[in-house]
Design a protein around this ligand. Structure first.
Ligand code: NAD
Length: 256
């Protein structure tokens, strides 16, 4: 379905981003990966779908790096047809104790990076008359949780930015939507499981059950594969008129 298209997925060396990159590759899209840590493993996982893969190591907190990455993608594949703004980090602390440097990093990586990548991706999408911008927000773009002030602020910002981008392009073939996952068992969440296990003297399994029990009626983690399938749906012809939604996949978290 996506043969001939190019997808750039930020923060795709791990977790949800890698899951979405693989789902788009399975539909035939060429992929630009981004993120830190091991790059050879993720590149091989995506290349296994028989598509072209490139990697750029932009630090998504840096607008100049983002500009360099977008230029690199255009050089490699002509243009970016599908942009998935996914890179993100977390820090957990009460507002009065929240480290200023962590606040600034979360706002830059989880929110402002979506603005920078989107503003640079839009002109080519508009010229082509087709484009998909998918912002990986969170249930925390819709509701709050204690001790996650920067994250909740950034994700609410991403949901707002999604709506404005969708509206500005509403008469074109360019759509913009957000995905709002509940708990997904990635390294980002495993750190929170570990912190709970240490603080409360629990096993890894009991800490996971507690985490799910606090928020998620389904008592199940959403998977990167399920989120990848939703991203593919947004890219399908059925997604032509889905504009500005914040689509939760959260086991009932925000239905409560
Ligand atoms: P993860 O830690 O597995 O992956 C994060 C990715 O972002 C990695 O590839 C990492 O290298 C990259 N990254 C981090 N800082 C970066 C930077 N400065 N520049 C470039 N890349 C950077 O986490 P994940 O759970 O897969 O999270 C992906 C997205 O999904 C995030 O935006 C997160 O907020 C969101 N999300 C996660 C969950 C969850 O439960 N895991 C729930 C809702 C939303």
């Amino acid at each position: 379905m996506l043969k001939g298209k190019t997808a750039l997925v930020t923060g795709s060396t791990s977790g949800i981003g890698l899951g979405i990159a693989k789902a788009l590759a399975a539909q035939g899209a060429s992929i630009v990966l981004n993120g830190f840590g091991d790059t050879e493993g993720p590149k091989a996982e995506v290349a296994a779908f028989g598509v072209q893969v490139a990697y750029h190591g932009a630090d998504m907190s840096k607008p100049a790096d983002i500009a360099d990455m977008m230029a690199f993608a255009a050089e490699q594949f002509g243009r970016v047809d599908i942009l998935v703004n996914n890179a993100g980090i977390q820090h957990v602390a009460r507002v009065e104790n929240f480290p200023i440097e962590r606040w600034d990093a979360i706002i830059a990586i989880n929110m402002s990076s979506a603005f920078h990548a989107t503003r640079l991706a839009l002109p080519a999408m508009q010229a082509a008359g087709w484009g998909r911008i998918i912002n990986v927000a969170s249930v925390h773009g819709l509701v709050g949780s204690a001790e996650k002030s920067a994250y909740v602020t950034a994700k609410h910002g991403v949901v707002g930015f999604t709506k404005v981008t969708a509206l500005e392009n509403a008469t074109t073939g360019v759509t913009c939507n957000a995905i709002c996952p509940g708990w997904v068992l990635t390294p980002l969440v495993q750190k929170q499981v570990d912190a709970k296990a240490t603080a409360l003297g629990l096993t890894n399994d009991d800490a996971k059950r507690l985490l799910l029990g606090e928020k998620e009626p389904s008592q199940q983690f959403t998977t990167p594969e399920e989120l990848g399938a939703l991203a593919v749906f947004f890219c399908s012809p059925a997604g032509n008129n889905i504009r500005g939604v914040a689509w939760n996949m959260d086991g009932g978290w925000t239905a409560q």
